[in-house]
Design a protein around this ligand. Structure first.
Ligand SMILES: Cc1cc2nc3c(=O)[nH]c(=O)nc-3n(C[C@H](O)[C@H](O)[C@H](O)COP(=O)(O)OP(=O)(O)OC[C@H]3O[C@@H](n4cnc5c(N)ncnc54)[C@H](O)[C@@H]3O)c2cc1C
Length: 406
């Protein structure tokens, strides 16, 4: 609008939340720059995700083409230790790769406003402006700063130093395999659905996703594997995070450094507890990814002219499959509030009021679904575990938002 100063937003973090909020802010007329700490391109590092209807609608709302977003599967199946199909249900879903959604968003955002290798060190603000201070000493002023900087958010740590990720008591082994490497008889039973194995206190999950360059042709896709196993924080998790040189890594361990003993252990465990189809899949895993599972819940998302969104504010265990759609709902609520209220600090308060209860519900539901996988449980968690660990509960409750909005 002539005469009105263009509002400027600085986004910290160039992954899902950063790109989703940046694209929506641009559509609302803001000048937006994204600052991403990593110097290398993020793509190529993700695994599979469920593209919930809500996310697909948001991507369409941004004018992005969602045709061929991922592999459409119709069924979910559970196989017992002997490889028998014990439960089957219809559940049409689109299963995509993190990288595919990231690329779609990244290509829609002007590259000249996306800065890599720029890590935020701290934020300062006055009633009129917010200033981002970067590790290289540079400062940038803006009307709004969005902390979209993930579970270890620098922005959150500054405003909410006591809020830290809490280890859930179990970890996931993850891998992406080439469909063409999977023996044909195994492909026949597994590849066209979301398939579960449920050894006591554990959950194995596999489903097809797009192949390299978003190739959706049968035979060219990839198979996404997630295997949740309990791991006590002080003992088993420390062992898993210790590499062959004896060094124990904090929080996560780079896949090439996972010890030979830890890798051997998952192969042995597969032989003991999984269906023959899943054992054949685990045999193909050379370099698994270890993902310790965390919960994170923030009591605030707005601090003057600063907001935190996505994993910076709330991290849900993966069972709801809500990570990216939660990020996109945060971004949409932020922009809606800024459009409704011209005063940035007041708009951010409005955004916080809208999103805190919703995010709290997602975190809580994910905790309930994952309670049975924990190395130890309180009495209340044991009760939850009983409700959500049966075959019929797992097959319908996993990776869907339906129960949250029922
Ligand atoms: C490379 C990558 C691959 C992923 N793959 C999957 C997957 O396969 N399946 C899945 O469910 N989820 C995956 N995730 C997580 C998923 O993106 C999030 O759970 C969810 O989408 C919310 O995203 P987010 O943008 O809030 O947080 P994140 O995706 O964690 O992104 C936060 C970003 O902020 C950057 N950052 C951190 N600190 C600073 C700082 N001080 N200054 C500037 N930048 C900073 C980080 O480098 C990161 O790029 C992946 C994340 C990344 C980064």
């Amino acid at each position: 609008m002539p005469g009105l100063k263009e509002q400027r937003a600085v986004i910290i973090g160039g992954s899902m939340s950063g790109l989703l909020s940046a694209l929506q802010l641009r559509r609302a007329g803001w000048a937006v720059d994204i600052y991403e700490r990593l110097g290398t391109e993020l793509s190529g590092r993700g695994a599979g995700i469920v593209a919930q209807h809500e996310l697909i609608e948001r991507l369409r709302g941004l004018g992005l083409a969602t045709d061929g977003l991922g592999v459409e599967v119709l069924k979910r199946k559970i196989f017992d230790r002997e490889g028998r199909l014990t439960e089957e249900t219809e559940c049409p879903q689109v299963l995509t790769a993190w990288e595919r959604v990231y690329r779609l968003l990244r290509d829609a955002f002007p590259p000249e406003h996306y800065y890599r290798g720029r890590g935020l060190a701290k934020v300062t603000q006055t009633p009129d402006k917010v200033t981002a201070h970067f590790s290289d000493g540079e400062t940038i002023d803006a009307d709004l700063l969005v902390g979209a900087d993930g579970i270890r958010s620098t922005v959150r740590q500054q405003f909410l130093p006591d809020v830290v990720p809490l280890y859930a008591g179990y970890s996931a082994w993850r891998a992406l395999l080439a469909e063409s490497d999977i023996p044909h008889d195994v492909q026949d039973t597994l590849i066209e659905g979301m398939c579960f194995g449920l050894p006591p206190g554990e959950q194995f999950l596999g489903y097809p996703v797009a192949g390299p360059d978003n190739d959706l042709r049968p035979g060219h896709r990839r198979y996404n594997v997630i295997w949740y196993r309990p791991a006590d924080e002080k003992t088993k998790l420390q062992w898993l995070l210790t590499d062959d040189s004896g060094k124990t890594h904090e929080i996560s361990i780079p896949p090439p450094l996972i010890s030979r003993a830890a890798r051997a252990e998952i192969h042995e465990a597969a032989e003991r507890s999984l269906a023959p189809q899943f054992r054949a899949i685990v045999k193909l895993i050379d370099e698994p990814i270890l993902q310790p599972i965390y919960d994170l819940e923030s009591p605030h998302m707005a601090f003057g002219r600063v907001a935190i969104i996505g994993d910076a504010a709330f991290v849900a265990r993966p069972h709801v499959g809500a990570g990216v759609s939660k990020a996109s709902d945060d971004a949409a609520a932020l922009v809606e509030a800024l459009q409704a209220e011209p005063d940035v600090a007041k708009a951010l308060k409005r955004f916080e009021v809208a999103r805190l209860p919703e995010n709290g519900r997602i975190i809580q539901w994910a905790r309930h679904l994952g309670a049975y996988l924990q190395a130890s449980q309180t009495q209340e968690e044991k009760t939850r575990a009983g409700l959500h660990s049966t075959d019929s509960a797992v097959i319908v409750e996993t990776a869907t938002l339906d129960f949250l909005y029922a």
